[in-house]
Ligand binder design. Structure first.
Ligand code: HEC
Length: 146
């Protein structure tokens, strides 16, 4: 069972997570979700609004660890030594600035003094997408930047 979980949950950037995984990984594409995209772009007053693309990006790249609803219970979560952050929890996220969240996503957990199991996405996602992911996390936690 565990093995199957890893096959499904095995992450694309496997090399980056050495030291975070508890068991040997296998290189398999992980994303097979065929869930329909959430409806229409949601307009927010933020500079980088949350769009359908933002939500799809989160489901594609983040949900395997952070969970499809952002609660931190993604399929890969049990295999990480540090639990993925719960993006719906305001009490932590309101102690972080948007810049800190941006840096965490862009450069990875280590860049903000957090665990390296949180990968760096700057070579995968463009800046606008990362900004909109910050907006999306603010939407999930219903909280503001410090
Ligand atoms: C391989 C699993 C994994 C993936 C994939 C992943 N994360 Fe994370 N993420 C983590 C872990 C683990 C932490 C917690 C780090 C800590 O608390 O030390 C974290 C923490 C975070 C944080 C909080 C940083 C802080 O200040 O504590 C943000 C924001 C975040 N992730 C966003 C994202 C976004 C956006 C994506 C998708 C583009 C993503 N993560 C993909 C594992 C992952």
């Amino acid at each position: 069972m565990n093995r199957i979980m890893i096959l499904i949950g095995g992450v694309v950037l496997i090399g980056l997570f050495a030291g975070c995984n508890r068991e040997p990984e296998e290189e398999k594409p992980l994303y097979s979700s065929t869930e329909p995209a959430p409806s229409a772009p949601v307009s927010t007053p933020r500079t980088h609004p949350v769009t359908r693309k933002t939500r799809n990006t989160y489901q594609f790249y983040c949900a395997q660890c952070h969970g499809i609803d952002g609660h931190g219970k993604g399929i890969n979560a049990p295999h990480l030594t540090v639990p993925p952050r719960d993006h719906t929890k305001a009490d932590y996220l309101e102690t972080r600035t948007d810049e800190q969240l941006f840096t965490a996503i862009s450069q990875g957990g280590l860049a903000v003094g957090r665990a390296p199991c949180m990968p760096s996405w700057q070579h995968t996602l463009d800046e606008n997408t990362i900004h909109s992911l910050v907006s999306y996390i603010r939407e999930l936690c219903q909280c503001k930047s410090l």
